[in-house]
Design a protein around this ligand. Structure first.
Ligand code: DOR
Length: 468
């Protein structure tokens, strides 16, 4: 895959894609009513045809032949609670050349998300209330979706000293991780779990025994042997997962496992759940769809941590997602500036974009029923993130109107140049996906209409593309 475009700002990307770029505030429809018309509403009981009336930020009715001041056409679409991403790298503060909170959350809204958990591997790291407050303020100013910063488990994500959980919890942090790094020291992890239990927070582990992945570039297997590059063995993930499941058994504290990528990991989580342990797990869309064979061309766009694995791993992950072993699809949206992904495979950073393609990849690669889509992309992640009072709610009268309207049969070809993210490192460029988000509402305000990001409900396309 060759790149023949220049790196540019997110605003320019949005311009090409026809997305509005100016900011918007206000969380309600200002008394105006919106009817989402002709869609199929997805709730726990199943999917049923109904219109949805939204007034002043809330769902005010679900039923037939509803009318309102404004109509959002949902014919042929599903209407559900907005998606919640447990795992997004928004890069601000520190690496704004790759993404900003504005560009990342705009991409999230376009993907159907109304809330994202922002990973703490920012610079400085999200290990203190000041950085958390900064991220929240920038997100509120941008207004595309709710952002819940994850706190660090250890100071600076260095694995040595526990972060101030209580202080961070007091400013609303509910989920803690050193993502990008696994917590290597079992004593630190044990203590972290013991404290977390008392505080009612959840720890999320990036499972990787670092000693086993030193210098690793891709999955350890036939493909990496043939290419002659160092491999990242499945055991490096599974060993830490096994250790932490046992620490959960010891402490009784809940734990969430990030971006699981191997068949062995699915088995470990399945057994832990059968034992009644309070564990949850997520899978990233790319691990459901792409294999390590894609690395044969040495293209760093396919480099990610944990790495793309084998067809057998994909089959196990898909099965785990469908049978409930894996609770959530989380994007691990990891933007990287163009010049960094142009480096040789061994020195390029790992990571892939995910927010705008997640729904399409899940529908194309796994094809779950709509209820399972919403369960794994909205209800379960909202609960795991501790934001279930606002997000992942039923589409029902009186509930917050945080909604996604998506077309599961729309076929589209991913074009990295038209994504809203500031970076271009999508592994799905040129691939055809079936399923795309169409409209998104955040507390009743239309953030995305007909696939175009909005300002205060008024489409203001500034580019030539005119959206989708
Ligand atoms: O591929 C990855 N990229 N995996 C991680 O755990 C971190 C992420 C990043 O921050 O780029």
């Amino acid at each position: 895959m060759t790149d023949n475009w220049e790196h540019d700002s997110g605003e320019a990307t949005a311009e090409r894609a026809g997305h509005a770029v100016t900011k918007k505030n206000g969380a309600t429809t200002g008394g105006r009513s919106i009817v989402i018309k002709g869609g199929t509403v997805v709730n726990r009981g199943g999917a049923a045809r109904a219109d949805v009336l939204v007034v002043d930020g809330l769902v005010s009715a679900v039923g037939e032949d509803l009318t309102g001041d404004e109509i959002l056409d949902a014919a042929g679409c599903h209407v559900s609670s907005g998606f919640v991403d447990l795992h997004a790298h928004l890069r601000e503060p520190g690496r704004e050349e790759a993404e900003t909170i504005t560009t990342g959350t705009r991409a999230a809204a376009l993907g159907g998300y109304t809330a994202v958990v922002a990973m703490p591997n920012t610079e400085p790291a999200q290990d203190c209330p000041e950085v958390v407050a900064f991220v929240k303020a920038r997100a509120a100013e941008a207004g595309w979706c709710d952002v819940h910063p994850a706190g660090c488990i250890t100071v600076g994500r260095l694995g040595k000293v526990l972060a101030a959980f209580e202080t961070l919890a007091s400013v609303g942090v509910r989920i803690f991780t050193d993502d990008g790094n696994g917590v290597q020291d079992p004593l630190i992890m044990r203590r972290a779990l013991e404290y977390s239990r008392h505080l009612g927070i959840t720890l999320a582990q990036h499972c990787e025994v670092a000693r086993l992945t030193e210098g690793a570039v891709m999955h350890e297997g036939q493909c990496c042997s043939a290419m002659g590059v160092p491999g990242w063995p499945a055991i490096a993930e599974e060993l830490m997962l096994h250790r932490d499941i046992e620490l959960v058994r010891l402490t009784g504290a809940p734990m969430h496992f990030l971006h699981l990528s191997t068949a062995g990991s699915v088995d470990l989580v399945r057994r832990a759940k059968a034992d009644g342990l309070p564990v949850t797990a997520e899978v990233a869309p790319h691990h459901l769809a792409l294999t390590d064979e894609l690395l044969r061309g040495f293209d760093p766009v396919f480099k990610v941590n944990p790495p793309l694995r084998t067809a057998a791993d994909i089959a196990a992950l898909r099965a785990g997602l469908l049978d409930g072993t894996i609770d959530a699809v989380a994007t691990d949206h990891a933007p990287h500036a163009h010049h960094t992904k142009q480096m040789p495979l061994d020195s390029a950073p790992p990571g892939m974009l995910g927010l705008e393609t997640a729904l399409g990849v899940v529908l194309t690669a796994v094809s779950p029923d709509p209820v399972r889509v919403v369960e794994t992309m909205s209800w379960n992640p909202a609960r795991i993130a501790g934001i279930g009072a606002e997000h992942g709610r039923p589409v029902a009268r009186g509930e917050p109107a945080n909604l996604a309207v998506w077309d599961s049969s729309r076929v589209w070809t991913v074009d990295r140049a038209s994504l809203a993210s500031k970076s271009r490192n999508t592994p799905f460029h040129g691939m055809e996906l079936r399923g795309r988000n169409v409209h998104t509402l955040l507390r009743g305000r239309v953030t995305v209409r007909d696939g175009i990001a909005q300002e205060s409900g008024d489409a203001r396309s500034i580019g030539s593309g005119g959206g989708r």
